[in-house]
Ligand binder design. Structure first.
Ligand code: NAD
Length: 472
C-alpha cells in the first residue's frame, strides 16, 4: 500500500506537455552552447557519477531494498558494481572513442582522405524500468554523456525510492542544467514523448516499446528499444548437473527472483532427463534458500501487488496449477513467491505464452533434445537464449540456428557483464544495443566526412559528356 501511495503522490505532481516543452528547450540551449560536446565536460560528468556511486553506495542499497527487498549482495554486484565498471571504462576509453576513424578512399576520388566522425545526436530521452532501477537508469545515461549529448532521464515510478534518490543525486553530482531527471509515470512519460528528441532510449515492455516507437516516428527520432521476452534454457543430458542447476538458479531466482529481462523464462529438456534436472534444481534451491524460501533474506520480493497477483494468476490458471512440481507457496503480505517449477504446462497457457518476469519456471519436455529448436522458433525471438551441454555439435547448431539478442552456453546472464559484447534484442526483444563502446555508439551519429584539395581536378566528371570521356 505504501508503494501505491507514493506512486499516487508522484502522479499529483505530474507535469504536462508545456512543462516538458520548457525542459526540452532548456536542454536544447545547453546542447547548442557546445558545452556537452567537449571532452572535459563529458569526463567531468562521468567522474561525477563515479563519485556519486562511491560516496552514496549505502543510500543506493537502501533504496533498492525499499523498492525490491533486493539483497545487498545482489544490489552491489548487479547494479552498483556494473555502474562503477561502466564509468571506469568510459573515462579510460573516452579519448579513443571520440577520435575520428580514418578510412580509405577509392582511386577515383584521388587525391582525398576521409574519416568517420562520432557526433552526438543532441538531446536524448532515456526512459527506464524498475527491475534494476539504478543500473538501467544510469547505464544508458553514461553512454549518452560519453557521446556528448544533453540528457533527460525518466526513471520508473514502480521503483519510487530509487527514482527519487537518482533525481536528488543528479542535482548534487552532475551538471543538472544538461542532465535532468523527470520522475513520474504514464502522464509524465507521455508528455515527454510528445516532444522532439534527437534519440530515445527505452527499456521496458514491448507494449510500451510500441508506444515509444510510434511517438518517435512523428519526429523521425531514432530509438533504441531494450525489451524482454521469453528466454529459453535448453538443458541436455550431457551436463554436469550440479553446476548446471546452480547456474540456472543463479540466472533465475538469485537474479531478482526472475524479474530480469534475461532471466531464464522456461527450460526445455528431454522427458528422460527432466526428473534428474528437477531433483538437481530442488536440492540446490534448498542449499541456497533453505526449507523456508519465503523468508530467505537472500531472495528479493515481487515488486508490487499488481505483479504479485499477475504471477499468482499465472500459477492458478486451469490446467496449470496441477503442473506444479515444486514450490507454489505465496505470501501476499511480504509480496513473496517461492521458487516454483511446473512441468509441461499447456502450450497455450499464459505461463507458456507471456513473459513470466517472476519466480515461476516452467519446464517443457521433448522426446529428443534437438526438438528444442522447434519450441524456441514457435515463440518470438528472445533477448537471451541459454544452452547447457558438453555436446559440441549441439552447441554449434544452437549458435547457428537460434536467433536471440545474445546467448550463453553453459551459464546464464553472465554475458551481460562482458563490455566487449553488445547488449540488445532482436525482433520482439528489441532493437539497437549498448554496453562498453557500444553505449557510446548508441548515442553517436556516425558522420561521414571527406576532404579534398583543389589539386588534381580532372575534367572527366564534368559535362559535356562526350563518348570519348566514357571510353577513357
Ligand atoms: P513498462 O514498459 O511498463 O515500463 C517502462 C517505462 O515505461 C516506465 O518508465 C514507465 O513509466 C513507462 N510507461 C509505462 N506505461 C507507459 C505508457 N502507457 N506510455 C508511456 N510510458 C509508459 O515495463 P516494465 O513493466 O517496467 O518492465 C518489464 C519489461 O521490461 C519486461 O518485458 C522486461 O523483459 C523488460 N526489460 C528489458 C530490459 C532490457 O535491458 N532489455 C531490462 C529490464 C526489463
Amino acid at each position: 500500500a505504501a508503494i501505491s501511495v507514493m506512486a499516487e503522490e508522484k502522479r499529483e505532481a505530474s507535469f504536462d506537455a508545456d512543462k516538458a516543452g520548457v525542459i526540452v528547450k532548456e536542454l536544447r540551449q545547453q546542447y547548442d552552447s557546445g558545452k556537452t560536446k567537449t571532452y572535459e565536460w563529458r569526463v567531468a560528468q562521468l567522474e561525477g557519477i563515479a563519485k556519486m556511486v562511491d560516496e552514496r553506495e549505502k543510500d543506493i542499497i537502501e533504496a533498492l531494498n525499499k523498492d525490491l527487498s533486493k539483497p545487498e549482495f545482489e544490489a552491489f554486484v548487479a547494479e552498483i558494481n556494473m555502474i562503477k565498471s561502466a564509468c571506469k571504462l568510459a573515462i579510460k576509453e573516452l579519448k579513443q572513442w571520440m577520435m575520428p576513424e580514418k578510412v580509405k578512399t577509392p582511386l577515383t576520388t584521388f587525391p582525398s582522405s576521409a574519416e568517420i566522425v562520432s557526433e552526438p545526436f543532441g538531446i536524448v530521452l532515456v526512459i527506464s524500468t524498475w527491475n534494476y532501477p539504478f543500473l538501467l537508469s544510469i547505464d544508458p545515461v553514461i553512454g549518452a554523456i560519453a557521446a556528448g549529448n544533453a540528457v533527460l532521464l525518466k526513471p520508473s515510478e514502480i521503483a519510487p525510492a530509487t527514482s527519487s534518490l537518482i533525481a536528488n543525486l543528479f542535482q548534487e553530482y552532475v551538471d543538472s542544467t544538461s542532465i535532468k531527471v523527470v520522475e513520474g509515470a504514464v502522464d509524465e512519460t507521455s508528455a515527454l514523448l510528445e516532444q522532439k528528441w534527437d534519440k530515445i532510449f527505452y527499456t521496458g515492455s514491448g507494449r510500451v516499446g510500441r508506444i515509444v516507437m510510434a511517438a518517435a516516428a512523428k519526429h523521425l527520432t531514432p530509438v533504441v528499444l531494450e525489451l524482454g521476452g521469453k528466454c529459453p534454457v535448453v538443458v541436455d543430458s550431457e551436463v554436469n548437473l550440479q553446476v548446471a542447476a546452480r547456474r540456472i538458479i543463479a540466472g533465475k531466482w538469485s537474479c531478482n527472483i526472475g524479474q530480469t529481462c534475461t532471466a531464464a523464462d522456461y527450460v526445455i529438456t528431454t522427458k528422460d532427463f527432466a526428473p534428474k534436472l528437477i531433483a538437481g534444481l530442488s536440492s540446490e534451491l534448498d542449499n541456497f534458500f533453505g526449507k523456508d524460501p519465503l523468508n530467505s533474506k537472500d531472495m528479493s520480493r515481487v515488486v508490487n501487488l499488481y505483479h504479485f497477483r499477475r504471477l499468482v494468476k499465472l500459477m492458478e490458471e486451469d490446467g496449470v496449477s496441477d503442473k506444479i512440481v515444486l514450490g507454489g507457496q505465496t505470501d501476499e503480505m511480504q509480496l513473496k513467491i517461492a521458487p516454483t517449477i511446473l512441468v509441461d504446462a499447456p502450450k497455450d497457457s499464459a505461463v507458456m505464452t507471456e513473459e513470466i518476469f517472476g519466480p515461476l519456471l516452467p519446464i517443457v519436455t521433448v522426446e529428443k533434445i534437438e526438438d528444442c529448436f522447434e519450441v524456441i522458433k514457435s515463440k518470438p525471438k528472445p533477448l537471451a537464449a541459454y544452452l547447457f551441454t558438453d555436446n559440441e555439435k549441439l552447441k554449434k547448431a544452437f549458435v547457428k540456428d537460434v536467433s536471440a539478442g545474445g546467448m550463453l552456453i553453459n551459464d546464464t546472464i553472465l554475458h551481460l557483464t562482458v563490455d566487449a559484447l553488445p547488449f540488445g534484442g532482436v525482433g520482439e526483444s528489441g532493437m539497437g544495443y549498448y554496453h562498453g563502446k557500444f553505449s557510446f555508439e548508441a548515442f553517436s551519429h556516425k558522420k561521414a566526412v571527406m576532404y579534398r584539395s583543389f589539386d588534381g581536378d580532372s575534367s572527366i566528371r564534368y559535362p559535356p559528356y562526350t563518348l570519348k570521356k566514357l571510353n577513357l
